[in-house]
Ligand binder design. Sequence first.
Ligand code: GLA
Length: 403
Amino acid sequence: MKKILCLMLCLAVPAFAQKFDGLALTPPMGFNTWNTFATNINEVLIMQTADTMVKNGMRDAGYIYIVIDDCWSLHERDANGNLVPDPTKFPSGMKALGDFLHARGFKFGIYGCAGSKTCGGYPGSQGHEYQDARTFASWGVDYLKYDWCFTATRDAREAYTTMRDALFAAKRPVVFSICEWGNSKPWEWAKDVGHLWRTTGDITDCFDCVQRWERGWKVILDLQYSLVQPADGQNNGIGKYAGPGHWNDPDMLEVGNEGLSFADSRSHFSLWCILAAPLMAGNDVRKMTPEILTLMTDKEALAINQDATGKEGWRFRAEPGREIWVRELSDGDWALALLNTSDKAADLSVDFHPMWFFGGKCQIRDIWDKKDVGTTEKPFTKRLDSHDVAFLRLKPIKETAAK
Ligand code: GLA
């Protein structure tokens, strides 16, 4: 009888496999090596990055996931089929690096791929999912970015579900970051598989350039927004698929990188806050300017990104030279970004009267200028450099009932 019961339970295990719940209830924040360092990574870089992020306040602002992207392993698995960290790049090994990060209050992230190889040509996890998940657990990994190169005819949903089940079987809670570039519309199926899913191809450090696989942040923003055709009014397109524990991911930040002016960085960051996007720093935090650090750790901006209800924002207006994006927040406030999309400085205005959804008169807080700037009764006007943004928080004014 006992044997039969055990057999039934054992057979039943896969049916209970699920993603780890309760993780990433707000968009994950951290650092990822890829945008700046690509293949040029090692443990000294990771340790210095972590130490810098403790000292400069980024960790305490919420940037807690430190993720090693592609190109960390040897080109071959060992005789037992295990992944092997490159000993010249990571001589202390991944367990020691994980311990280092955990001792400083960070979570440890790593990169894998659903194909036979990673995009950089290192071993992928196809056919090794359970083994690799156990390896990651033994190193103390808390976050897995899982890519989609060399997958041939694999079915994305099946491939990512297999790795989800493998992570669950390894019993160490892991935030599972799906990176198949939106090919199979993961927003339609990945809610119960991963905690975030890339919606597009790769980002690069420009406003609207298009290179082979890479696009500027404004092109990525427009692409993500157009994936599910938004109707008029408050329908926010693809945004309806996002929420606590399951986020649309328009890719990692290029904030502070060479190809962006300060205005570009500020707008990119503000829009990623409006989108409830994961905020993975992609710059060299050891060399960032004070202005970029101040931008990325701004409490008022981060409060919008991390807002508890996790409602993604949407585009209210797009006209030549001007866009207006809005996001509803959990306390009834609204965030608004007024973006100068032209290549010249301009005086831009918002007339709030068509924005009936605010539910009445609001006080206006200018987040980047750190001041209160009147109410929504009058249009708001500001001189904005090319690609710069006015980032506002609107608080409804409660009218006291007439006696
Ligand atoms: C793909 C991903 C990138 C990065 C590289 C690494 O292009 O989309 O974010 O991880 O692979 O090779």
